[in-house]
Write a protein that binds this ligand. Sequence first.
Ligand SMILES: C[S@@+](CC[C@H](N)C(=O)[O-])C[C@H]1O[C@@H](n2cnc3c(N)ncnc32)[C@H](O)[C@@H]1O
Length: 256
Amino acid sequence: MELNASSLPADLTALFQRVSRRYRGCGRFAYHYVALKLRRDPVHRAVLMLAAKEAFDDVLDIGCGAGRTTVGLHELGYTVVAGDIVETLIEQARTRFPQLDFRVMDARALNVETASFDAALFSYNGIDVLYPETSRLACLREIRRVLKPGGTFVFSSHNFCGAMFSGGFFYLRGYLNAGRFIAQQLTNRVAREWYMRYDDGGGTQYLFSAPPARTVRQLHDCGFDVIEVCGDKGERAPRRLLLRQHHVHFVARARA
Ligand SMILES: C[S@@+](CC[C@H](N)C(=O)[O-])C[C@H]1O[C@@H](n2cnc3c(N)ncnc32)[C@H](O)[C@@H]1O
């Protein structure tokens, strides 16, 4: 699969712009965030590219929040079922997009039928909140169960080294980031399990942040073939990915 933005068909570019415009009324942050994600996030691009090339129908949008990704998929003509564990988010999503199918759903026990989807999406590192790691594996197995053989799963995840050096490996900011990140882990009891502590605007969070190779292994163990691993701007060189990319995107196929 080619994830190069320049090879996007023109009608998808128009779609990105249309979806982004919807978010103008939600404030500058939401508008720019969505615009950037839809244009540059390889996860979204991958799904949209597959749509253009393979014309599959049924997509499961896991951890859909208030429906940001769901509405984009719907506008492309997919049949989307979207689920989130937080009831209030699902209520908001239903109010905003009453024509779409939103359900309260736990990613570790998906209340949908076996082999019923062509693709699944767990966007914006949502899978990293699942703790402990056995919970993450349970989620991967569930996604494998609900996908048809050969179905596609796309998602992103935090990258341990990239979290330290994403500010730049050869620049002062890189070392400042690394220092701050290490300081945050000093009191983190679950760092050994690859759950890193992040203190940011959302408060303290513990998120799975391992080297990408660990996620690749998990995918293999849970019945997937990995077909793409890339960074936020589409990089694929393992060294650049490992050291510089805070988030890594995975595209995997359910083994037949
Ligand atoms: C980072 S947000 C992404 C939201 C949305 N996909 C987007 O890109 O705007 C992660 C979402 O995963 C949801 N989530 C967390 N744990 C979950 C679980 N066990 N099952 C389903 N959803 C979950 C959260 O409620 C949250 O809405």
